[in-house]
Structures are given as C-alpha cells and as structure tokens.
Design a protein around this ligand. Structure first.
Ligand SMILES: Nc1ncnc2c1ncn2[C@@H]1O[C@H](COP(=O)(O)OP(=O)(O)OP(=O)(O)O)[C@@H](O)[C@H]1O
Ligand SMILES: [Mg+2]
Length: 608
C-alpha cells in the first residue's frame, strides 16, 4: 500500500488496548497530503483512539507510524506536534478566561517569537481575520460566553494560525451551525488546496460527499474500507458504517460478504437499462445509473449537483412537479411529461419512489422512461387508422359518385352531338373538363383503400429515381432548382408498383418545388439500412426551402391538409396519397426539419 511522496501519515497495523479492553485491533490508515479524509464508524469503533495515536497522546502496543516518509519512534509523543499535527477534540480545550482574540493569538506564539503584544492588538488581528471569512463572532468576547458552534470555529481558526500539515477534527464539525459549517468547509477546502490534510471524524454521513475526498470506515478497531467518496454512495456508506455484525464471527469475512452484497445490488442498479437516479433528502443526486449518466451526458462530478441543476432551467415545470412528489413520501407516476435534455425534447414517463430505512424516508428513486419513439409510433398508428377509415369511406363514396358521373358524362357527349351553337359547345367542354377533374379526385380517393390492387414487380430504386430526376431536370432548371442524386443502393431491389412509386416521389418533389419559388437545392439520396435484422432502402428527399413548422408536422400526411389553400391545384392530397401507397408496400414515410433549414421526407421500404 506504500505510495511514497503522497502519504503524509501512514499508520500500519496499529494495536492498542485500554487495560484489557482492546481499542485498536490492527488498524491501518493512510492520509494523503491535500485531502480531506473522513473517518466514520459506530461509537466505540476506535476512531478517537486512532486520532490520539497520530497526535502522540496515546502510544500503541505495536504497529508503525510514518510521517512524511519518516518512521516515528513510538515513545516520542511530542513528535507529532513537530510534524505540524493539530487536533480539535470532542472536548473543548480553550481557556475559558481568555478572550477570543487572545485564544487565536496565543496559538501564534511560535510565529510571534515571544514578543509581547497587547490584548487590543490581538483582538484586532482576530477581528480582521473573522471579517475576511464573514464570521460574526466578537473577538473581545470571553470564551466562557460562546456557544459550542462558536467555540468550534475559534478552535479551528486557532489551529490553522500556526504551520499545520494535518488537522484532526474529532466530531466537532457536527456541532457547527449551518452558517459556520459553510464557512469552515470553505476554509478547509482553501487550506487543503494549499497542501493541508484533514482527518475528519464525523457522524454526519449526509455531508461526507460534499466535504471529503476519501473516506475510511472503522469497525471494532480496524479500518475495513478506504475509498474515494465517489466510489461509494451515501446509502451504502450508511449501511456499511452502522450495520451490526456478530462479534463472535470473523468480522473481516462478514464485512466482505456484506460489502459484496451491497456492490452486487449497486451493480444491478447501475446496469439496469432504464434511466434511474437517486436523490437524498436535500434533493442532491446520490446515485445515477450508467444508462442515465450516458443519456443525460453527466460527467463524474454529478455527486455535488442538485436535482434542479440536473434538470436545468428549461425544465422548471418538471422540477416543481418532482419536488411535490419527493416531499409527498408516496409513490407517484407522471405520464407524457415533456423534458428538454441533451438529446433534444423528449416525452417521458416519470416515476418517483421513496426509499425507506425502517420507517424513515432517506431518499427517493426517480425513473425516467423516454417514450418519444413510442409516441411517434403511436402517432403513425393513429395516422394509418385515420387513413384506413378514410380509405373505406372513400372507396364507398367513389363508387357512389362514379355511377352518376358516368351517366352525366354520357348525356353530355349525347348533347354535344345534338347542339350546333358554338357558345353552348364551349360551355359543355368546360363542364366536361370539370367533370374530368372530379373523376380524377375520386380515383385519387380510391388509392386510400388498401384494397385497391396494383401489380407489384421487383425494381431497382436507384434506377427509377434516376429516370424521375431526368424527367424533372428541365423544369427544375427553369425554376432555378438544382436536383442532386446520391445513389447508395445499386444492388438492392424493392417490391413495388412502378407508377405508384413514381407518383410518391413526384408528389414529394412537387412539394419541394412549390416550397422554393425562388429556387434552391433538392438532394435525393438512397441508403441500404437494417431495421432490426431486415434490410430496408431509405430514400431521403431533402430541400432548402422554409421547412415545415413543428406544429404542422403531425398533419401533413392527413388528406386535404394543405397550407396552399386558395391555389386550386393543391388539394392537400399529395402526401396522404403517397403515405397510403408507401404503406401498401409495407414501408413507412416521415418528415423532419433539417437543422440547417429546409425539410426532409424519408421513405423506408423493405428491400430484397
Ligand atoms: N418540402 C416542403 N416544404 C415545406 N412544406 C411542405 C413541404 N412538403 C409538404 N409541405 C407541407 O405539407 C402540406 C401537405 O402537403 P401535400 O403534398 O399533402 O399537400 P399540398 O402540396 O398542399 O397539395 P397537393 O399535394 O394535393 O397539391 C403542404 O401544404 C405544405 O404545407
Ligand atoms: Mg403536394
């Protein structure tokens, strides 16, 4: 375990007993320079005894003590002070008759080289120091008039006035007021960044992840675990520290089994393929499983972040909702919650569950399920159902309209043969023209019916697309539109009806033409992909037009949905007919806005 150069203190295999009562039973502890090392354990585990070994207040029966690579002779108890070890014990050791200023200043004796300074001056120096850190304690106050939090602050400052390499704080941080706690933690961090080491004996396991870099757990006179705080979550730490073992059995063995069980449980949580996070009662993140960390782009330092930081300012509604749930102490489930994440806008189902230890709530589990894909599928399903019912209706209506149309048409032909008046003949021609338009619409409607049977053949998509593009090149040029084709599926074929497929592509390209009256680019590409294990051809038609507003994206495949109303030729049937055709070929069709502008229509068809 040696790591020379980085260890400030090495305690190896220390044994000690008070009379016949053993207090340290082969304890080994390694403290680094520039770290806050938390030491936790039940009452009587041996924490204070181990601290007293370092300060030299008690002498071990056996073991080794090494300070800064120098072995220490066991019986030279004052040695530790020369190595700059200071301690703030559970018991207050300040002189009750001194003022705060005197206490802090007398610690500075060595620095002052014995030069006498009057009390006023001492109190002034202490007052300046307190002001710098925002501490509201009067430096002229008598020690006997201070409360325990103030006494602790004075003692810690007193220790840090002289050259100190290691500061041991034995359970005293637990007595600090919230205000003092934050100031002292800031002070310790500042000093630690300059190389100070702190051994923090504490029962406030809740705060360890915020304060300490590493933690050691002590049990029956032994250090049983030392680890980086980030490797051990709060709940495991609580369990490991306070779980009772049968003392008659081998503690190491039992502890190892218990630790393994915890790690095993934690591993299950970590690798569960759902987004799971655990918060403590202060709404801080205590654990994030791998799936969630990856999904939300969390780095290693998520331990210190709060739920509100995790959700970010754009999810304040979600935060309010979760807060209410977390404080309710009950299980809650929320459906179809919108969340803005690094993955974009998601639709999620969120479940919250309190974690209980006995009857006390000690934290909450939050499970975030991304149902965006499922919602999209659902939308597709609704759309196909709508189209199917329209198909059924359309087929019936078409049949009913076609019969009288046919009769009217025949009468018109008959009239034409019996009328000589040119004006009337023109009118009849117009009527015939309009009737042809009605007939076209009706036959378009029939396309919605999945029952409309068409002949299928095995076709190469790339070559049909080339044909279509050649056909359109001239009119594209006139419209200042550049048609580009990137073929990627030369070898694969699709079972299609040629004319219907052409109709799909023409509808899509026609829309792009109409969307870019001033000209632009249309890029058509094909790619062979796998959906599951099945091969599909993906055709992407992408333009540089204005794109489709998000709120319209859901509607564009609906029949008679058009934003070009007023222009007779646009009925809003182009995409809905195309969708029905693609569906008939067992394919799918969808639309997206390109991040760089314009939109893309994507058609995926099963390939052979
Ligand atoms: N490339 C595109 N750029 C911008 N908007 C589009 C594009 N393609 C489709 N749209 C939108 O989708 C709507 C529906 O398209 P669809 O082709 O079904 O109907 P239409 O073009 O309006 O009429 P029709 O196709 O019957 O002539 C359009 O009105 C338009 O608002
Ligand atoms: Mg159209």
């Amino acid at each position: 375990m040696s790591n020379s150069g980085t260890w400030l203190v090495e305690l190896r295999n220390i044994y000690h007993s008070y009379g016949s009562v053993p207090s340290l039973n082969g304890a080994s502890l390694y403290i680094k320079k520039g770290e806050i090392h938390a030491l936790v354990g039940e009452h009587g585990a041996g924490k204070s005894s181990l601290a007293s070994i370092i300060t030299g207040d008690i002498i071990p029966a056996s073991g080794h003590i090494i300070f800064d690579n120098q072995p220490i002779h066991m019986h030279q108890s004052q040695n530790s002070l020369r190595h700059g070890v200071k301690a703030v014990y559970q018991k207050v050791l300040l002189n009750r008759n001194f003022t705060v200023g005197e206490c802090i200043y007398f610690a500075n004796r060595i620095v002052n080289h014995g030069i006498w300074i009057n009390r006023k001056k001492m109190e002034q120096v202490a007052s300046n120091l307190f002001m710098h850190y925002g501490i509201r304690i009067d430096s002229k106050s008598q020690i006997s008039s201070l409360n325990i939090s103030e006494l602790t602050v004075v003692e810690i400052f007193r220790c840090l006035q002289t050259e100190t390499n290691l500061l041991i704080i034995d359970e005293r941080l637990d007595y600090l007021s919230t205000e003092h706690y934050h100031i002292i933690v800031k002070l310790l961090r500042e000093r630690v960044s300059q190389g100070l080491a702190v051994l923090l004996i504490t029962h406030k396991i809740e705060d360890i992840h915020d304060v300490a870099n590493r933690v050691s757990i002590m049990k029956s006179g032994k250090i049983v675990v030392t680890d980086d705080v980030r490797n051990i979550d709060k709940f495991s730490l609580l369990r490991l520290t306070y779980t009772q073992f049968n003392r008659s059995q081998d503690i190491d063995e039992e502890f190892r089994n218990f630790n393994n069980l915890l790690k095993y449980n934690e591993a299950i949580l970590r690798f569960l393929p759902v987004n799971l996070l655990v918060t403590d009662l202060q709404e801080k993140i205590a654990l994030v499983n791998n799936s969630c960390a990856e999904y939300f782009n969390l780095r290693d330092d998520y331990f210190h972040i709060s739920l509100s930081e995790f959700l970010g300012s754009s999810n304040s509604d979600v935060l309010d909702m979760l807060r209410e749930a977390l404080h309710s102490g009950e299980e809650r489930t929320y459906y179809r919650v919108k969340m803005i994440t690094p993955q974009g806008e998601l639709i999620t189902n969120i479940k919250t569950m309190p974690i209980r230890d006995m009857n006390m709530v000690i934290g909450n589990i939050i499970i975030i399920e991304d149902i965006s894909e499922f919602e999209k599928l659902q939308d597709k399903l609704i759309l196909s159902e709508k189209l199917a019912s329209i198909g059924l209706l359309a087929a019936g209506v078409a049949h009913e309209i076609n019969n009288p149309l046919e009769i009217i048409y025949n009468y018109l032909v008959f009239l034409k043969y019996n009328i000589a008046d040119d004006n009337l003949l023109k009118i009849i021609d117009t009527i015939q023209g309009e009737m042809t338009a009605i007939s076209d619409i009706v036959s378009n409607l029939v396309t919605f019916s999945s029952k409309s049977i068409t002949e299928l053949e095995l076709l190469n998509i790339d070559s049909i697309l080339k044909e279509i593009i050649d056909l359109l090149k001239f009119s594209a040029m006139q419209k200042k539109i550049k048609l580009n084709f990137l073929a990627g599926t030369e070898q694969s074929r699709v079972r299609l009806n040629r004319n219907e497929f052409k109709q799909v592509i023409l509808n899509v390209i026609k829309n792009s033409f109409e969307a870019m009256p001033e000209g632009g680019n249309i890029n058509i590409s094909t790619l062979l992909i796998k959906i599951g294990t099945a091969p599909f051809v993906r055709i992407v038609v992408s333009d540089t037009g204005p794109g489709i507003p998000d709120y319209q994206l859901k509607n564009i495949f609906l029949p008679f949905y058009s934003t070009k109303k007023g222009q007779e030729s646009n009925l809003g049937l182009g995409l809905s007919i195309s969708y029905s055709i693609v569906q008939k070929f067992q394919g799918t069709m969808s639309a997206y806005n390109n991040p760089e502008g314009g939109c893309s229509i994507i058609i995926e068809l099963p390939a052979i």
